[in-house]
Design a protein around this ligand. Structure first.
Ligand code: AMP
Length: 357
């Protein structure tokens, strides 16, 4: 059972909370942002990565070194973090490295909406929430169900596109899913999501919802740089056929995007729909960063195939702020810093319980 926010903050010095983060994903940006807001910082890091993060020790007040990531769930580690009044800022590696069970039970205040992580980990509930938010999504199929065009078969969790494949027929879907199950990557067809493959321009839009200010901010956008999908365009079909190459979607990095301004009202409406849907279905609703991930078609429809209910790595592009965050704040405001600012304001106003779950 998730712990009640007020109880999570019991014994905390709520006037001087620390930002704690796992050494991965967007940790450097989050630490940098916390520093900019004058909050103290804790980095939880595995022994083998310590040497790397020590090069940024000017951003870290305390290192909590563990042998393996799931050690985060150990009572002694949690007690140590609680002694620092640490608020854990979740990112894409948290659930992947530690496991959803541990994250849900963790006796630490987490900045964000913890219940959303469970929805995010379940591909079907995830798409259901998007539809509930009035957001346009690609068609979805059952394994073996007929479809027109091309399908993409995706695995749950933040796997960075690993294991995804394209299929031209329902038989190809079944064959691919069987192979994944045989190799132990998935348990069975219930662990995949089969979607219409939408041709268009990929787009990932970063938002921040502030329960303290009661407003949604557009924080930036990116696209992913994927191997080998982004390399395939360099070869003509003759060579691709010779190599027998299939597209894959393993994320290598991120590329910045600014949107044509006429798309902004549409993406903002989707963002607002998402905030409202989480308030209705998962009270108190989203807290802080989230990302809507999809494809814009040539008739400028934005079909959203994924969301992330926490900071995404694409925000690492904007450590000095983005063209959008500048419009709200007029100062360099990264997502990491925006998180820290929310924590800082909440702490100053005695409202920390409203930003953690
Ligand atoms: P995801 O893990 O869902 O963000 O997807 C990883 C990558 O797969 C995306 O960046 C896209 O290149 C591609 N992708 C996922 N779903 C779709 C879709 N329905 N249509 C087209 N491309 C997709």
């Amino acid at each position: 059972m998730p712990v009640e926010p007020r109880r999570l903050l019991e014994g905390y010095d709520t006037r001087s909370p620390a930002v704690a983060v796992l050494g991965s994903h967007s940790a450097l940006q989050i630490l940098h942002g916390a520093r900019a807001e004058g909050l103290s910082t804790v980095l939880i890091v595995t022994r083998d990565r310590l040497w790397f993060y020590e090069q940024f020790s000017h951003l870290v007040d305390r290192f909590v070194v563990v042998d393996r990531w799931p050690d985060l769930c150990r009572d002694d580690v949690i007690s140590e973090l609680r002694r620092f009044s640490a608020i854990l800022v979740p990112h894409g590696s948290l659930v992947e490295y530690v496991g959803i069970g541990c994250v849900m039970e963790l006796r630490l205040p987490v900045f964000g909406l913890r219940n959303l992580f469970e929805v995010e980990a379940d591909q079907r509930r995830k798409m259901g929430l998007l539809r509930e938010a009035g957001i346009e999504t690609p068609k979805q199929f059952r394994v073996g169900e007929g479809f027109k065009g091309l399908a993409i078969v995706k695995l749950g969790g933040a796997k960075g596109g690993r294991g995804y494949f394209l299929a031209r027929t329902p038989e190809e879907v079944v064959k691919g899913v069987d192979a994944l199950a045989r190799s132990g990557v998935i348990r069975g067809p219930e662990n995949v999501l089969v979607q219409e493959y939408v041709v268009g321009a990929p787009l990932y839009v970063h938002f921040f919802y502030s329960p303290i200010l009661g407003r949604l901010e557009l924080m930036g956008a990116d696209i992913r740089y994927e191997s080998n999908a982004d390399g395939i365009g360099r070869l003509t079909p003759k060579y691709l056929e010779h190599l027998g190459i299939e597209p894959s979607f393993v994320v290598v990095g991120n590329i910045p995007v600014v949107l044509r301004e006429s798309l902004l009202p549409k993406v903002m409406r989707f963002g607002q729909g998402f905030v409202e849907a989480t308030k209705r279905l998962l009270p108190p609703g989203i807290i802080g960063p989230f990302c809507l991930e999809g494809v814009v078609t040539e008739d400028l429809r934005f079909l959203v195939f994924e969301f992330s209910g926490r900071i995404v790595a694409g925000t690492n592009l904007y450590v000095q702020g983005s063209p959008y965050s500048q419009l709200y704040w007029g100062e360099p405001m990264s997502m990491g810093r925006r998180i820290a600012r929310e924590i800082r304001i909440a702490s100053e106003e005695g409202r920390l319980g409203e930003v953690v779950t």
